[in-house]
Design a protein around this ligand. Structure first.
Ligand code: C2E
Ligand code: MG
Ligand code: MG
Length: 767
């Protein structure tokens, strides 16, 4: 009964052991550190083993004689060999691979255990009870001693205990002559279980210790090497520890930082974050920070608390990252994105941001603001004729003068090119006052152009056109506001004082223009253009020399439109060259028809060409090709180019005109005198006719000074050998005054004839 219950006890314990061993498989892994510890720990325990072997031999020799001597010698040799191996391992670990060293150790340890255990199942039969007890005690002692020395290798450790104790246990069961033996066997087994459990515990604790140790080392190296300033602080905000990076970041000795109380820092901005993290969880602060040395930083600081083993907060950890470079780069980038490189004013994007802020501000709900859209007149000519460098200088001077005039609250921006937008925010809640202010400001804005712009010893007189929008309180559609300003600026271009206020009729005009532009695109296909001709005659006897071809548009709903109503539109819409080729083909057809009918008695017919069309490839080639197609001579058609378009496109014009002239095409400067071209232009271009604008003729009768001016212009024209045609003679008196000036002049005017439809012209003048 006693025996069977002790068997089942042992069976259960054995099952538990089996489970444990599979767990051990998972735990154990052979690596270098295991082998090193095994050898390191072995020396002392081997010496103890030697002592134990000697004592046992002395104790058992009187009974066992030579057989125990044999046992003694074999163990001494084996232990000696193991001590020698441990010595070699220490001196020359490279002698064998780590695997070989490990296997050697295992083999030797197992052999030692086997040899030693023989006293427990061979010699034990030959001695009496006292000696048997002595043997049990020795084996137990050896097995418990090995628990420490073999602790690095859990499997070997348990195996060692099994070899030492199991044969002894079994022997005890067979020595069943007293119940004490059985009790001893069971006790041995229980002891074995206890030892295995202890071994397992030692092992897992060691593992945990190792993990903790490596975690600690990781944390330590993080603390030491992280590219951040790290410090710990107590609940009283005293710095307990810090790494060298914190010292070098703020240029302080580590020693001066440790012990410092954070409450005493002159810049208290991060203190709040550090305090907060102690009571309410992790917190961060990103922003400016001034160090003790008064250096300015942009930092990213993070703080969190740490606890003791009882989970009580005992202090905090602060981590500080220097983000000054990133912040500076970002600030510069933000600035660049929102500012114009040339003038440093806000660019389109920067302006949009500011205006959005303005209209979303609570003040905008009751206050009027004023927006000025300012555009320089004839800036393109400055760029084209004097170069972009001078153009840039002009823009710079404008921006400086604007900044000088306006105070800081105003938004000043350059949208691109020569367009500036100025906003004076929240001027008044009263519409009348706001209007008055707008008037005053617009005058002040124009006044900044009074002084000439002196650039590279040149004096440039520049004018501007200003569109004004009174920004209604509460109106937030900024796109619309800008569009309105743009519209009014275009209106300002043609206004006398170059200032225009936005009103809704401008929108209507704009829409009408848009629709007209749309119709224009189909005017040719729908055959809506008509050709008119106005005769050019001599002042002396009204003898017909030539004529000018002038286009008209028979619009389906608006009636007969004059070129001034649609030529600028055609130019803007890129349709003007189509118009020119229509006029050319049409007049060529007429001329060749008249030639066939023998009616052609004119020197030439002139057509109007905008110089911008010269930008198109091969204007001259195309022009000549069309003349040839209609069988006309190059001298039959004269090309009139307005002085204005000539100045705006001077660079592209020169070569084309010279080429046309080489091929025998006559060219005229049209509307001469109002574009203020300099004499150098006249010298450079080989024109042969000058058409003096009707504006000069208008008042010659009433104002003798005007007549004098015309006389001066005629002198210039004669100096360059131009034929001169005067435009706009409406009455006899004007003609007589001109005749008195120069009898060789030719003129074109209502006095002789208005422009006539080509068929009427033929009937009236080509008989
Ligand atoms: P322009 O080339 O200077 O043509 C002369 C303009 O003066 C014509 O106006 C003509 O009708 C007008 N005129 C002639 N004599 C008198 C007068 O005694 N008194 C007044 N008040 N006006 C007179 P129109 O036909 O309305 O043409 C206006 C302008 O449109 C032209 O000025 C020309 O620059 C442009 N234009 C006309 N046809 C064409 C064309 O086919 N192509 C281009 N690019 N422009 C054209
Ligand atoms: Mg003309
Ligand atoms: Mg003209």
């Amino acid at each position: 009964m006693f025996a069977s219950s002790s068997y089942s006890l042992m069976y259960n314990a054995a099952m538990n052991l089996k489970k444990l061993s599979s767990k051990l498989e998972e735990l154990q892994s052979m690596d270098e550190s295991v082998v090193t510890s095994l050898y390191a720990l072995s020396s002392r325990s081997l010496l103890v083993l030697l002592l134990l072997v000697t004592l046992s031999t002395v104790a058992l020799y009187p009974i066992l004689h030579s057989s125990i001597i044999f046992w003694f010698l074999s163990l001494v040799i084996l232990t000696g060999y193991r001590l020698y191996s441990a010595y070699i391992f220490k001196k020359d670990p490279e002698k064998y691979s780590i695997g070989v060293w490990y296997r050697k150790f295992i083999l030797n340890a197992v052999m030692t255990a086997l040899l030693f255990s023989t006293i427990g199942f061979i010699f034990i039969y030959q001695v009496d009870y006292y000696y048997q007890l002595y043997i049990v005690a020795v084996l137990l002692g050896l097995s418990s001693g090995s628990a420490v020395s073999l602790s690095p290798d859990i499997r070997l450790n348990i195996g060692y205990a099994i070899i030492l104790l199991f044969p002894l246990m079994i022997t005890m069961l067979f020595l069943e002559d007293t119940p004490l033996h059985l009790i001893l066997a069971v006790s041995l087994f229980l002891y074995f279980i206890a030892q295995v459990t202890t071994i397992y515990k030692i092992y897992t604790q060691k593992e945990e210790f190792n993990t903790l140790k490596s975690e600690h080392m990781l944390l330590h190296s993080l603390f030491k090497n992280a590219p951040l300033g790290i410090f710990t602080y107590s609940k009283d905000l005293e710095i307990l520890e810090c790494n060298t990076q914190l010292g070098s970041l703020f240029e302080h000795e580590k020693e001066t930082i440790i012990g410092m109380n954070l409450n005493t820092l002159p810049d208290s901005r991060i203190v709040e974050t550090l305090k907060h993290s102690l009571t309410q969880g992790p917190k961060s602060y990103v922003g400016p920070y001034t160090s003790l040395n008064n250096k300015h930083f942009w930092i990213d600081a993070k703080a969190f608390s740490f606890t003791d083993t009882a989970n009580r907060i005992v202090g905090g950890v602060g981590m500080i990252e220097d983000k000054t470079k990133e912040h500076t780069a970002l600030t510069e980038l933000k600035y660049m994105v929102q500012h114009d490189v040339l003038t440093g004013l806000l660019n389109r994007r920067g302006f949009k941001n500011h205006i959005e802020n303005l209209v979303n501000d609570i003040k905008h709900e009751t206050f009027f603001s004023i927006l000025f859209y300012l555009d320089l007149d004839q800036f393109k000519s400055i760029n084209d004729s004097l170069g972009h460098g001078i153009g840039d200088d002009v823009l710079l001077i404008v921006s400086k003068r604007l900044l000088k005039l306006l105070d800081e609250e105003c938004i000043v921006s350059r949208l691109g090119g020569d367009e500036f937008i100025i906003v004076i925010p929240y001027i008044s809640e009263d519409r009348n006052i706001a209007n008055q202010e707008a008037q005053e400001f617009s005058r002040e804005l124009q006044d900044i152009f009074l002084d000439p712009f002196i650039i590279k010893e040149m004096q440039l007189h520049i004018q501007s056109s200003i569109g004004i929008v009174l920004m209604e309180p509460g109106y937030t559609n900024t796109e619309e506001i800008i569009r309105h300003a743009d519209l009014s600026m275009y209106q300002a271009k043609i206004a006398n004082d170059h200032i225009s206020y936005y009103d809704s009729s401008l929108d209507k005009q704009q829409k009408d223009l848009f629709l007209l532009q749309h119709d224009l695109a189909y005017a040719i296909e729908k055959n809506q253009f008509e050709l008119f001709l106005q005769p050019i005659v001599s002042v002396k006897e009204d003898a017909l020399f030539s004529a000018e071809a002038l286009i008209r548009w028979q619009h389906p709903t608006k009636g007969l439109l004059s070129p001034d109503d649609f030529i600028p539109l055609a130019l803007k819409a890129g349709l003007l060259s189509k118009v020119t080729w229509w006029v050319l083909d049409n007049i060529c057809q007429h001329i060749s028809q008249w030639k066939k009918e023998n009616r052609w008695q004119l020197e030439y017919v002139s057509i109007n060409v905008n110089a911008q069309q010269f930008v198109e490839n091969n204007f001259a080639i195309e022009f000549l090709r069309r003349l040839k197609e209609h069988g006309l001579d190059t001298k039959d058609i004269m090309v009139e180019i307005t002085e204005r378009s000539l100045i705006d496109n001077f660079n592209n014009t020169q070569d084309i005109i010279n080429e046309l002239r080489r091929k025998g095409v006559k060219c005229a400067i049209d509307d001469f005198g109002i574009g203020y071209s300099s004499l150098s232009y006249l010298k450079k271009l080989s024109f042969n006719t000058l058409k003096i604008d009707k504006a000069f003729i208008k008042d010659i009768v009433s104002n003798p000074e005007e007549l004098h001016l015309v006389s001066t212009i005629l002198d210039i024209g004669r100096q360059f050998n131009y034929n001169i045609v005067i435009e706009g003679i409406e009455d006899k008196k004007q003609k007589e005054l001109l005749l008195a000036l120069d009898s060789n002049l030719r003129y074109q005017g209502y006095h002789f004839s208005k422009p006539l439809h080509a068929d009427e012209f033929r009937q009236a003048f080509l008989k």
